[in-house]
Design a protein around this ligand. Structure first.
Ligand SMILES: NC(=O)c1ccc[n+]([C@@H]2O[C@H](COP(=O)([O-])OP(=O)(O)OC[C@H]3O[C@@H](n4cnc5c(N)ncnc54)[C@H](O)[C@@H]3O)[C@@H](O)[C@H]2O)c1
Length: 270
């Protein structure tokens, strides 16, 4: 019997990945999703504020025989969001998938955080997803008769730990996901969200991370290890694929069980 498990519905489709670059040859969450989608036959527009980083992702995909193009764009800028969508449709003729991946970190309480930084984090982590979706959704409807979107949140939205503005922004991403899923189900567009835990990506190690900090991150997981961009990339590819065709408005936690643990209890037991 021919079932949907025979075909993930990714080949020949077109994806736009925001923040699909990564420093050096590092594997960020967006770069991993771009490479994995390309391996399944999806054509990918890799968008990044830093063109060279997006170009490196494209080189990696092309070296494996995949199809991808790089485009520079700051997704906090509405004109750039529109231009990215236009480029995607002009170059590939359609748009089926969006990985809303851009996000920046921030540390501190409401007392410690500057209001200006709060506004910047909300703009980069939430408004960017609103703006890009505003142009992507009509293009999906027009060129593909529907599609699928993944918004990247964080376990900080579910279990805040001293990253107050970041946690607030990532909780807003969950709200945005659920609202978009309700609004656009009738357009044959599914919208889901991923909450990554501690993934070892360029965003994390570019700021410098000691071995002690890494081992603490690993210990927070019930699997006793950090994740990588690939773990998020596989989850993105699943949620965009037809294997997830009846899943919408959901939050998929990819954290090695970090959110299952209460660190204070763990320290009592060991
Ligand atoms: N790494 C983790 O442990 C972790 C955990 C939870 C959630 N996340 C989330 O995953 C997502 C990706 O994280 P990552 O660790 O792969 O990051 P990364 O920094 O390695 O990659 C993100 C890319 O986004 C680009 N970018 C930043 N601002 C941009 C903008 N305004 N417009 C266009 N491009 C922009 C950067 O140039 C970079 O290439 C983020 O939303 C982050 O909050 C990461």
């Amino acid at each position: 019997m021919q079932g949907p498990e025979e075909d993930a519905g990714l080949a020949g489709k077109v994806a736009l990945i925001s923040g699909g670059g990564a420093a050096g040859d590092g594997i960020g969450n967006g770069r991993a999703a771009a490479i994995l989608l390309a391996r399944a036959g999806t054509k990918v527009l890799v968008a990044d504020r830093e063109l060279a980083l997006a170009q490196r992702t494209v080189e990696m995909i092309v070296a494996e025989g995949g199809t991808a193009i790089a485009a520079s764009g700051d997704v906090t800028n509405e004109g750039d969001c529109k231009a990215l969508v236009d480029t995607c449709v002009e170059r590939f003729g359609r748009l089926d998938f969006l990985d809303n991946n851009v996000g920046i970190g921030s540390r501190g309480s409401v007392v410690a955080e500057k209001a200006e930084q709060y506004r910047r984090v909300m703009q980069v982590n939430v408004e960017s997803m609103f703006l890009l979706s505003k142009y992507v959704i009509p293009a999906m409807i027009k060129t593909a008769g529907g599609g699928a979107i993944v918004n990247i949140s964080s376990i900080s939205a579910l279990r805040p730990r001293g990253l107050t503005t970041y946690s607030t922004s990532k909780a807003a991403v969950i709200g945005l996901t659920r609202a978009m899923a309700v609004d656009h189900g009738r357009d044959n567009i599914r919208v889901n969200c991923i909450c990554p835990g501690p993934m070892y990506t360029p965003m994390v190690y570019a700021r410098g991370m000691s071995e002690a900090a890494r081992s603490q991150r690993a210990k927070a997981s019930v699997l006793k290890r950090e994740g990588t961009g690939w773990d998020v990339g596989h989850a993105v590819r699943f949620l965009l694929s037809d294997h997830a065709r009846y899943i919408t408005g959901q939050v998929l936690v990819v954290d090695g069980g970090v959110t299952l643990q209460a660190p204070e209890r763990e320290s009592q037991e060991h």
